[in-house]
Design a binder for this molecule. Structure first.
Ligand code: HEC
Length: 315
């Protein structure tokens, strides 16, 4: 009996010892875990500080390089279509089209914009068809194998006034008038740059020599542009009677070009607003549902009680 007792008590002692060793081990584990955690935290914080510092340095260097440029950066204008809830000013697009047609189309193409795209944006279908029919497009070959000219259709793009790049350069002092379809997105400053460029022509400052056939414009990189000032007061007659002052023409044609570069602009913003409304409604419903379903789980209490049977001494 005594031997059994002593055996069981020594077993018990060994168990307790083991447990305490385990506990000690656990403690060690915990402390080494917190060590690792602290090291990681320090590493992450250092990486964050270094990363933020590098970004700040690059930004300030970029700003200082900007200040060294020898051309003006356009100011920010309050465009009516800038902003989350704002659409294009469609009357301005229509007037801008008139400016493009009467002035810019003499030198610039819009080869990624088709007449049919004007429908429902600035023109009715009949008006857009009439506009398209004013241009001549090369088509063919016909049954004699010859190319022929025909009036434009709704599916035709805005044509280039020159047959090829060389002809365009020859007519413009060696400079190529770029296609204006995406010009608003293709230039630093977007609409602000195009507006400033069109209204920014000035007398060449004393001491600055620019080439023949070039004009001084402080917004054009380098200052000397091969495009003469295109917009003057009353350069265009507006069909809606708006006073055609130069800055109005520039604003309208820039709005038109901004629409050309992103014709999906209004739809995109509307879709964003729609999805915001739908997703936030679903979000609120899900939040309520989660609170409803989760309320019994969140308010429950779990207690661990020693069962009376386990406290009874064995044997
Ligand atoms: C007589 C021909 C002619 C007319 C008219 C004309 N342009 Fe130009 N345009 C040019 C030429 C040539 C260039 C290239 C200039 C250069 O690279 O120095 C140019 C360049 C441009 C550029 C690009 C500038 C840049 O940053 O590279 C824009 C934008 C532009 N024109 C807009 C217009 C608009 C808008 C109109 C109508 C209001 C217009 N142009 C009318 C000939 C013309």
């Amino acid at each position: 009996m005594a031997s059994i007792l002593s055996r069981s008590s020594s077993k018990c002692l060994a168990n307790i010892k083991n447990k305490s060793i385990n506990l000690a081990n656990q403690k060690n584990n915990v402390s080494s875990y917190t060590n690792v955690n602290n090291k990681r935290k320090i590493l992450l914080a250092t990486a964050g500080v270094v990363g933020a510092g590098t970004v700040g340095l690059i930004y300030s260097l970029h700003q200082s390089v900007k200040a060294m440029d020898i051309y003006c950066h356009p100011p920010d204008y309050p465009w009516p279509h800038y902003g989350f809830f704002k659409s294009f000013d469609h009357k301005a697009i229509r007037r801008g089209y008139e400016v493009y047609k009467q002035v810019c189309a003499a030198c610039h193409s819009l080869r990624f914009v088709r007449y049919r795209e004007l429908i429902g944006v600035s023109h009715t279908e009949d008006e857009a068809r009439a506009e398209a029919e004013e241009i001549q497009v090369q088509d063919g070959p016909n049954e004699d194998g010859k190319m022929f000219m025909r009036p434009g259709k709704l599916s035709d793009a805005f044509p280039s006034p020159y047959p090829n790049e060389e002809a365009a350069r020859a007519a413009n002092n060696g400079a190529f008038p770029p296609d204006l379809s995406y010009i608003v997105l293709a230039r630093h400053g977007y609409e602000n740059y195009i507006f400033s460029l069109l209204t920014g022509y000035q007398e060449t400052p004393a001491g600055l020599v620019i080439g023949e056939g070039q004009y001084f414009n402080p917004y054009f990189p380098g200052g000397a542009i091969s495009m003469a000032q295109a917009l003057y007061d009353e350069a265009v007659e507006y069909s809606d009677g708006t006073p055609p002052i130069a800055s109005q023409l520039a604003k309208d044609v820039t709005t038109f070009l901004a629409w050309c570069a992103q014709p999906e602009h209004d739809k995109r913003k509307k879709l964003l607003i729609d999805s915001f409304i739908v997703l936030s409604t679903i979000g609120v419903a899900l939040w309520y549902w989660k609170r409803h379903i989760g309320s019994s789980l969140k308010s429950r209490k779990i207690l661990f009680r020693q069962s009376p049977s386990s406290s009874k001494p064995k044997n």
